[in-house]
Design a protein around this ligand. Structure first.
Ligand code: SAM
Length: 240
């Protein structure tokens, strides 16, 4: 039987046991038909994989004994992707790929050229959960609530490095930026791109505009390229 992966919060782990509840409990029992004695990998968004055995299944939770734990992934840097809201649920693809790449948080934003206004964080977090399980991640990316551009500009001050992908930038590449900090923000615009003064605002708040090459990429392509180049540059795509 395949050993499935489940995500809990740190508070669900104590004294050598893990408690699974809520949607993960429903999936475990109703969809996967788990029974006492079954094995599971339990993660609490801390890079640790806990190999567990189901001890008890009650009406609304399952108690699992932690048989062994291992550090599966130790992140040296935390990365947040701020992604312009896209039409036709194309942000689903960005959330899925960013999660596979190990991006910590994805925060959608609206800006002047955004054509979309509707976003459901609960649905988006379900996409992130499935992506984390599929790629065997020991971390679960969090998808934040939709924010506007003003909130985005206010948020970037909290980061050590802020990189905004801007097709009018012709010089600065990711490789030239050499981010030093432990907390990095990446920003990609919506289908309609950024207004020049939006980019100026981010740059004047300490951000750097970066080019992703000579061609105009779709927003969802740009998100993946920006994340992958940054992560590789800081060694987060290494295997150690
Ligand atoms: N403004 C563009 C136009 O008028 O064709 C479209 C924007 S593009 C579809 C969406 C986002 O992807 C941009 O806001 C930018 O963040 C990013 N992007 C696309 N191509 C890029 C490139 N070559 N360099 C840097 N960023 C790029």
């Amino acid at each position: 039987m395949e050993i499935r992966r489940f995500f809990v919060t740190k508070s669900d782990i104590s004294d050598g046991f893990a408690i699974i509840r809520g949607d993960e409990f429903a999936h475990m029992t109703r969809v996967l038909r788990y029974k006492a004695g079954y094995k599971a990998v339990v993660c609490a968004n801390d890079g640790i994989e806990r190999l567990c055995t189901v001890c008890e299944i009650s009406k609304d939770s399952a108690k699992l004994r932690i048989d062994e734990s291992r550090i599966a992934d130790k992140k040296r840097v935390h990365v947040t992707l701020y992604a312009g809201l896209l039409k036709n649920n194309k942000l689903d693809f960005v959330i899925q790929k960013a999660t596979e790449l190990g991006i910590d948080r994805i925060v959608p934003f609206t800006s002047a050229n955004c054509a979309e206004t509707k976003f459901c964080a609960e649905r988006a977090n379900r996409i992130a959960l499935e992506a984390a399980k599929q790629c065997g991640s020991a971390y679960l990316s969090e998808v934040g609530e939709l924010i506007d551009f003003e909130a985005l500009t206010a948020a970037v001050g909290a980061y050590d490095d802020v990189l905004i992908a801007y097709e009018a930038e012709k010089r600065m590449r990711i490789a030239d930026c050499k981010p030093q900090g432990g907390n990095i923000a990446l920003i990609v615009g919506p289908e309609g791109g950024f207004k020049e003064d939006e980019v100026k605002h981010i740059v004047s708040s300490g951000g750097k505009s970066v080019t992703l090459g000579r061609r105009i990429l779709r927003a969802e392509t740009a998100s993946i390229v920006l994340c992958a180049l940054l992560l590789d540059g800081i060694g987060e795509l290494d295997n150690d």
